[in-house]
Design a protein around this ligand. Structure first.
Ligand SMILES: Cc1cc2nc3c(=O)[nH]c(=O)nc-3n(C[C@H](O)[C@H](O)[C@H](O)COP(=O)(O)OP(=O)(O)OC[C@H]3O[C@@H](n4cnc5c(N)ncnc54)[C@H](O)[C@@H]3O)c2cc1C
Length: 287
């Protein structure tokens, strides 16, 4: 059985969950989706079953790791799919020690619990943190079996405040992304104009985010977002592995003055030249 963790926000299932369901369906195993806290169970029809651990106190994601650990022990999933989001990473790290502290491993992992007094056998292949934008969401409305499960968690973690992330634009949902790299850092304004003329948004390589030129929400790549636009226009981006890992575009067009830049390997069209000369010409033509 594949266990999908449904991330929720303000009582709604988050979009990344539907991406996990798409992948889980492709894997062909039975899918159980876990919803923790009070949330509307909507669009989860691709699951064979929904496990719902209700309760106001479980609206606090800091408690989810304790709930999930108990569910893993109880249901022994083969795989666990979690969104690679701040909540997902925190959760995955929180359930990892269950595995790290195992004392034996064959088809099942023998895990030490309660300070070494109890051994629990856990059988699963792994936890997969899936980047947002990696798969087409699979949202299926309609009836799904919901099992309400009550889990006893003897931890009290107070949720003091929820600070909403400042996401100015969601680059994972854009059809056109104009990527700005170190070679185009002087023409970010022009890149914004270009993105606007093409009905798209601006993304960035990590150095631009590290320098504070663009916010983290714009970063494409391993430690940023995975984008799957129809068109990715890469300006002055070398195409380092960590960057292209986040590019699942149907078409890539790159402009780079180095004809050997690796970005050209994933590009449908390439322009060898200076972005500071080419982008103004392109804008003029588009206008
Ligand atoms: C653990 C880890 C995670 C990482 N995660 C990410 C990530 O999520 N996203 C990411 O982007 N990077 C990530 N990186 C960094 C990555 O390895 C590269 O350093 C980074 O992608 C390079 O960014 P860049 O292409 O903008 O810059 P550079 O590699 O410096 O490339 C600049 C390019 O611009 C070209 N150029 C320069 N001037 C011009 C001009 N006037 N006109 C046209 N072309 C020009 C150059 O020929 C060059 O190809 C990560 C690294 C590590 C170690």
């Amino acid at each position: 059985m594949i266990l999908v963790y449904a991330e929720t926000f303000e009582g709604k299932i988050s979009d990344v969950t539907f991406e996990l369901l798409r992948k889980a369906r492709e894997l062909g195993d039975e899918i159980w989706t876990v919803v923790i806290g009070n949330a509307e169970i909507e669009g989860l029809g691709a699951s064979d079953k929904v496990i719902h651990v209700e309760g106001e106190r479980f609206n606090n994601p800091a408690l989810h790791r304790y709930v999930l650990r108990k569910l893993i022990e109880k249901y022994k999933p083969k795989k666990i799919l979690i969104g690679n989001t701040p909540i997902g990473i925190d959760l995955a790290l929180g359930i990892m020690p269950t595995l790290v502290s195992c004392v034996d491993l064959d088809s099942k992992a023998k895990v030490v619990s309660y300070g070494g007094k109890v051994f629990v056998e856990v059988e699963f292949e792994g936890i997969y943190l899936i980047n947002r934008g990696s798969f087409e969401p699979l949202k299926v409305d309609g009836e799904v079996e919901v099992e309400k499960v009550s889990i006893d968690v003897d931890k009290e973690i107070e949720l003091l405040d929820v600070i909403k992330p400042e996401v100015d634009v969601d680059i994972t949902k854009a059809d056109v992304v104009v990527g700005v790299g170190r070679g185009a850092q002087n023409i970010v304004d022009l890149a914004e104009d270009l993105a606007e003329s093409l009905g798209g948004v601006v993304g960035a390589s990590r150095p631009l985010v590290d320098q504070g030129i663009l916010p983290p929400s714009r970063q494409v790549g391993r430690s940023g977002r995975t984008i799957s636009p129809k068109l990715y226009l890469a300006l002055g981006i070398s195409g380092a592995m960590e960057h292209v890992e986040g590019v699942k575009a149907k078409n890539v067009i790159a402009i780079n003055k180095d004809r050997k830049a690796p970005i050209f390997r994933i590009s449908r069209y390439g322009v060898v030249g200076d972005v500071e000369e080419i982008v103004p010409l392109l804008l003029e033509r588009l206008r």
